[in-house]
Design a protein around this ligand. Structure first.
Ligand SMILES: [Zn+2]
Length: 408
């Protein structure tokens, strides 16, 4: 029988619909799948058979009978392969080996001392190699690598601009693909974080979600009507560089008063006597810090400052209250502008959640427009600081599942 390109395409689309339905909603019987997808039972049976042969779907137990024989239930087989998720941070590279359902099998992290692309590439290799070596034997092997980066990325996986790393035009995706010989997906870390929360965390079943990633900078991943919104050229979400102080601190992007200078870990560099580590906290000290180089990194990390906060250090607690208030101001702008169902705050700053959250929520309650905040849910990430890591792995899985071939 001759098969036209159109038929092949339709079959491939149907197969990915069946797989996606089972993955998101399983266990389901073939009849359930047919009802949910609108595909006829014969089509569902044929496609399911292929998915069973490819080990991507497995049959399990017996479902409730609707009169006749009890049906076998279909489940997505997360153990059919593995993926690697990487989060390239400004000070740290994190990598995880996951199954196809986002279950973490192994994790590695390595500090990033210098920012030049060659150093970063070497640190990434050092984190990823052991994961590849220890990956379990599975039908599909390591299906791909996803990486979230703090910058703007084009479709080919080239990092066009990452101000906090000082990078322009770095072809990271191509280099990683050449090194490891598996498909690589590169995306902005906030987009990866939004994908992670939507798939596995606080954003499940949310159609209008803004994910705010707060670490050594701020970026947002916006899911509008169930789709990641990337803007005309893929650069949407650089909310860390929206001005919240018109004549405020000078930013590495060239503008002033950018949100991330006040509401991310960058704010630590400006806080007087944070952690009790600086002597004297007079106005002159504050002015000196405000004039500090916009690319200078803070002396203390969030885990270190969280320890001060736990011990009740007054300056640290005040600093986190102020970060919470500033976070709330930026979130209010996003809420008023986008009218999301849910805002999820994630990233490394979530480790200081308990000292940030009250001031952030109070500010949103005070400032957001009444109709916008009426049914709005605001929460911190359910995946802790792993949203981008798991989201990056999911991007690789999702690309692999999209490629699943059909036999004709
Ligand atoms: Zn800026």
């Amino acid at each position: 029988m001759r098969v036209t390109g159109d038929q092949a395409l339709v079959k491939k689309l149907n197969k990915s619909i069946v797989l996606d339905t089972i993955r998101r909603n399983g266990p389901l019987s073939r009849t359930d799948v047919s009802e949910r997808t609108g595909l006829n039972k014969a089509t569902v049976s044929n496609l399911t058979l292929e998915l069973l042969e490819q080990k991507l779907v497995e049959e399990t137990g017996l479902g409730a009978s609707s009169g006749g024989r009890k049906p076998l239930m279909l489940l997505f087989n997360g153990a059919a392969g593995c993926a690697i998720g990487i989060e390239l941070g400004v000070t740290l590279v994190k990598a995880a080996l996951t199954d196809l359902k986002g279950g973490i099998l192994l994790e590695r992290s390595a500090p990033l001392g210098r920012h030049d692309p060659d150093t970063a590439f070497a640190v990434i290799l050092e984190a990823v190699r052991p994961l590849l070596e220890e990956a379990p034997d599975t039908p599909h092997g390591v299906v791909g690598i996803g990486i979230g980066v703090p910058g703007m990325v084009d479709e080919s996986g080239t990092i066009l601009y990452a101000p906090n790393l000082g990078w322009e035009g770095v072809d990271l995706g191509a280099r990683l693909e050449k090194e490891f010989g598996v498909p690589v997906v590169v995306d902005n870390e906030a987009n990866a974080g939004a994908a992670g929360e939507r798939e596995y965390g606080a954003g499940r079943h949310v159609r209008h979600l803004v994910y705010v990633s707060a670490g050594m900078g701020i970026g947002s991943g916006m899911i509008i009507d169930g789709q990641l919104y990337k803007g005309a050229w893929g650069y949407a979400g650089e909310t860390g560089h929206m001005s919240i102080e018109s004549d405020g601190r000078l930013c590495s992007c060239g503008s002033r008063g950018c949100w991330e200078l006040y509401a991310s870990e960058r704010a630590y560099a400006y806080a007087p006597a944070a952690g009790g580590s600086a002597e004297g906290s007079g106005d002159a000290d504050v002015r000196a810090r405000d004039a500090a180089s916009p690319s200078s990194l803070p002396a203390l990390t969030t885990p270190e400052l969280a320890e001060y906060a736990r011990q009740g250090d007054a300056a640290t607690l005040e600093m986190y209250r102020e970060i919470g208030r500033r976070l709330g101001i930026g979130v209010t702008n996003l809420v008023n502008g986008f009218n999301p169902e849910k805002i999820v705050v994630g990233g490394p700053l979530t480790e200081a959640k308990e000292w940030i959250e009250p001031a952030m929520l109070a500010t949103i309650a005070e400032r957001a427009l009444p109709y916008h905040r009426r049914e709005l849910a605001v929460s911190f990430s359910e995946l802790g600081s792993r949203s981008a890591l798991l989201g990056a792995a999911h991007l690789a899985v999702s690309q692999f599942l999209g490629r699943v071939r059909v036999s004709l």
